[in-house]
Structure formats: structure tokens, C-alpha cells
Design a protein around this ligand. Structure first.
Ligand code: FAD
Length: 398
């Protein structure tokens, strides 16, 4: 079989299929697997709290199953426990004064998400046991310990954790290279996928240097997915968007005590402390480099030295204004890496518009046309779960 795209979706599926005895050709345009969004993101393993502007809770329900089994599935794939590379405290959810949902209303939504989380059969399988999950509104004193900014008008502690995505990416790369049933076809940009003789037969994959037919083709190309789907005869459903976001990955020379926090639902910002020395910082308004509703989008040029310094300065100044202790990460930084990736969403509009469809993420998953399968990963946190379901389906287990 051919798997197109070696991000967390394609890599997880390739390992699952190869270990069930399938010969897998894994294609990617980059020279290494796991080089794009799946290496350079925050690694929040979603339980649904971030989607507080979806009161139907459809997004939370759709994200929850994937988030709860992420740790178990990834540990099986890489043969190693994630505990030492998982944020060790619960997230602080800081409500920005321009939040499109007021703190009181968020509190009510969070209580409903708590119930969903607690009552899920896999609640004990999350990165930390969440079978008694309860979001807590921070008191004034607790909030003042974190922020003295008048831009933050409330806060909650929510039971979500994040994983160090660079560490996971390195382990997944090693697992792929160690798997004899996987043939890595790197530096191969996929141009098209077409049926050889009807959709239920073989499918031909074209890269620049060759065309080859496979029994099954699975498209996990993320920002490149829709263009190849169209060549396969699957017309994208209108209303998607591609956004390219930059963020900052920091490493300090000694342990620094930063809280894990998310600023939402106005301008978004994130602070993640994975192990005391490795950090992720983002300020969405500074990091949004490109946005498009077109079928495909080019990766923006890397920042030049001046623009890179400006970006680092912006993130530092903004996050330090909100959470002053962030400056200690910059003071002790021995490495600051500016990296980015695409966010694909079956939704559009500005995050500041409460009616924008971007606030819902309940449409991702698998679309099948005979032996051609297209997968919208949705989130990093849902990829291994989707891969597991798809692998079982292909092998006829479910
Ligand atoms: C800044 C940022 C923060 C994020 N934070 C989170 C978070 O906290 N939690 C979460 O769950 N999700 C988060 N996400 C989303 C998450 O990163 C993605 O949902 C996930 O990584 C997608 O995985 P993937 O395997 O589908 O895509 P990718 O990892 O992008 O893999 C797709 C692969 O396809 C390759 N490719 C594309 N087109 C072609 C082509 N034509 N030919 C050959 N190869 C091609 C690419 O090179 C790439 O390697 C974030 C994203 C960004 C950008």
C-alpha cells in the first residue's frame, strides 16, 4: 500500500499497517519524516476545553476519544512512555478581555466538558488520570499569582496536558526507520493519485520521478491533501482554510518554573513547559504568516534575521506583559528556534468573529473512494486514534 504524507497521521498509520504485515511505501516531499506541522506544534492533547465557542459540544465530543487514547497508542508505536515529556501541570486557561465568550459562560461550558471527560470509558487512559476531571475557576488571588494584566479578566484550571512534539517526532522517525515493512520514499512530492482500472482496483501514485500502482492509497498530506484528492476525483467540500503559524521553541540552560497556560478566546497565546527546560511559546496575532481558502498554499519563506528577531521580541514582550514570569525563560534561553506549520480546518473566518465556522472542529476524519482513502487528521491529538480506527477497518477487524 502507499501512504502519502509522513506526518503523525501517515507515520502512525504506516507503523500500524506494517506491524500487521503490510508492505508500506511512505511518501513525503521532505527529506525526513515528521518534518512539518507534526514536529512543530504545541502538542496539546485536546479534551475539548479550547473549543468553548461551540456550545453544542460537538467539537469536544469529536476530539475527546482521540485525546484520551493518544498516550497509550503513541507509547505502543514508539515503544517508550511519554510521561517524562508531558507537561506536569494542568493548563491554566486565561480569559482575555476580548474573549468572544465571557468567563461565566465559559465556566458553564467547561462544567459540561468535565462531565463528558469524566464519564468517558477511557478517562483513566489519558496522560494523567482524568476520571475525576473538574475545571476550577481561579480565585482573584490565584489569578494574581499568574498575571497582573488588565487584559486577563478570568482564569480556570483545566485538566489538559501537552506533549513535547519534537521528542515524539524523533521517536516516530526511529520507529519508521526500524520497521522492515516500511519503504521510506522521502523527497518525493506527490502530484496525483488516479485509479488504474476503476476505483475498487489498483491506484496509481505519481511523483516527479515515477508512477507506481498500489492496492490501497491513503492520502495524509494535510495542507497538500485537497489538491491530490481532486486528481483522484474527490471534490473538496467548500469552506476549508489553510493558515500558516509561526511559534517559538525554547530551551533553557537550567530548569525554569513556568506555568502551562493558554490565553483565549480573543487573541490566542500559549505557554508550554514540557520538562522545565523545553518550552513552546506562541502569540497568534504575531505568528499568523499566511491564510488562504484556496485549494493549495505555498509554505511561506523562512524569516530573515531581522524579521526573526522582531518575531521573538514580539512574543517575548506580549507574553511577558500577560504572564511576567515568562521573561525568565528568555533570560536563561540557550536555544530559541522559530518554526511554523500549517493548520488546515474545515472551517473559515476570523477567530475574533464568534460566528466564524473556524470555531468548530467536528468535521474531520476519513473519506473513501474505493481503494483511495483521504484522511483529514483534524488535530495532532486525534491522529493516532484515527490511524488505529482506519488500520482496523482496512484489515477488516472492525
Ligand atoms: C503552530 C501550530 C500549533 C498547533 N498546536 C496543536 C496542538 O496543540 N494540538 C493539536 O492537536 N494540534 C495542533 N496543531 C495541529 C497539528 O499540528 C496538525 O493537526 C497535525 O500535525 C497534522 O498532522 P498530519 O500528519 O496530518 O500533517 P503533517 O505533519 O503536516 O504531515 C503531512 C506531511 O505531508 C507532506 N506533504 C504535503 N503535501 C505533499 C505532497 N504534495 N507530496 C508529498 N508530501 C507532501 C508534508 O511534507 C508533511 O510531512 C497545531 C498546528 C500548528 C501549525
Amino acid at each position: 500500500m502507499a501512504i502519502l504524507g509522513a506526518g503523525i497521521m501517515g507515520a502512525s498509520l504506516a507503523l500500524m499497517m506494517a506491524r500487521r504485515g503490510y508492505a508500506v511505501s511512505l511518501f513525503d516531499k521532505e527529506s525526513e519524516p515528521m518534518a512539518c506541522a507534526s514536529r512543530w506544534n504545541e502538542g496539546k492533547i485536546h479534551l475539548g476545553y479550547l473549543y468553548g465557542n461551540d456550545p453544542s459540544l460537538l467539537t469536544a465530543r469529536h476530539l475527546l476519544s482521540g485525546g484520551l487514547c493518544f498516550g497509550r497508542l503513541v507509547s505502543e508505536l514508539i515503544g517508550s512512555n511519554l510521561e517524562a515529556h508531558t507537561t506536569f501541570s494542568e493548563d491554566l486557561y486565561l480569559v482575555h478581555r476580548n474573549s468572544i465568550v465571557a468567563a461565566e459562560a465559559l465556566g458553564a461550558i467547561f462544567e459540561r466538558v468535565d462531565v463528558l471527560v469524566r464519564s468517558h470509558a477511557d478517562a483513566t487512559s489519558y496522560l494523567a488520570d482524568v476520571s475525576a476531571a473538574r475545571s476550577n475557576r481561579l480565585s482573584k488571588t490565584e489569578l494574581a499569582d499568574v498575571t497582573n494584566s488588565d487584559q486577563i479578566v478570568g482564569g480556570f484550571q483545566v485538566p489538559e496536558r501537552s506533549v513535547n512534539t519534537r521528542w515524539v517526532a524523533d521517536r516516530l522517525c526511529a520507529a519508521l526507520r526500524g520497521e522492515p515493512n516500511i519503504s521510506l520514499r522521502m523527497a518525493s512530492k506527490v502530484l496525483s493519485a488516479q485509479p488504474v482500472d476503476g476505483i475498487d482496483g489498483k491506484w496509481r501514485v505519481a511523483v516527479a520521478s515515477e508512477k507506481r500502482a498500489f492496492d490501497i492509497v491513503v492520502n495524509c498530506l494535510w495542507e497538500g491533501r485537497l489538491a491530490v484528492d481532486r486528481t483522484a476525483g474527490i471534490e473538496p467540500v467548500p469552506g476549508w482554510s489553510h493558515r500558516y503559524r509561526l511559534c517559538l521553541f525554547g530551551r533553557t540552560s537550567q530548569p525554569v518554573d513556568l506555568p502551562c497556560a493558554v490565553v483565549a478566546l480573543g487573541p490566542f497565546g500559549d505557554i508550554k513547559n514540557y520538562d522545565g527546560r523545553n518550552f513552546y511559546l506562541s502569540w497568534y496575532p504575531s505568528g499568523l504568516l499566511a491564510e488562504s481558502g484556496e485549494l493549495s498554499i505555498e509554505t511561506p519563506q523562512a524569516l530573515d534575521a531581522d524579521a526573526r528577531q522582531r518575531f521573538i521580541g514580539d512574543v517575548r514582550a506580549t507574553l511577558t506583559r500577560l504572564v511576567p514570569v515568562v521573561s525568565s525563560m528568555f533570560d536563561d534561553a540557550e536555544e530559541l528556534e522559530v518554526r511554523g506549520g500549517f493548520v488546515f480546518a474545515q472551517g473559515r473566518g476570523s477567530l475574533s468573529d464568534p460566528k466564524a465556522t473556524i470555531h468548530r472542529r467536528d468535521q474531520f476524519g476519513v473519506n473513501r473512494l474505493g481503494n483511495y482513502i483521504s484522511v483529514d487528521t483534524g488535530k495532532y491529538s486525534t491522529a493516532p486514534w484515527l490511524a488505529d480506527r482506519l488500520a482496523r477497518q482496512i484489515c477488516g477487524i472492525d
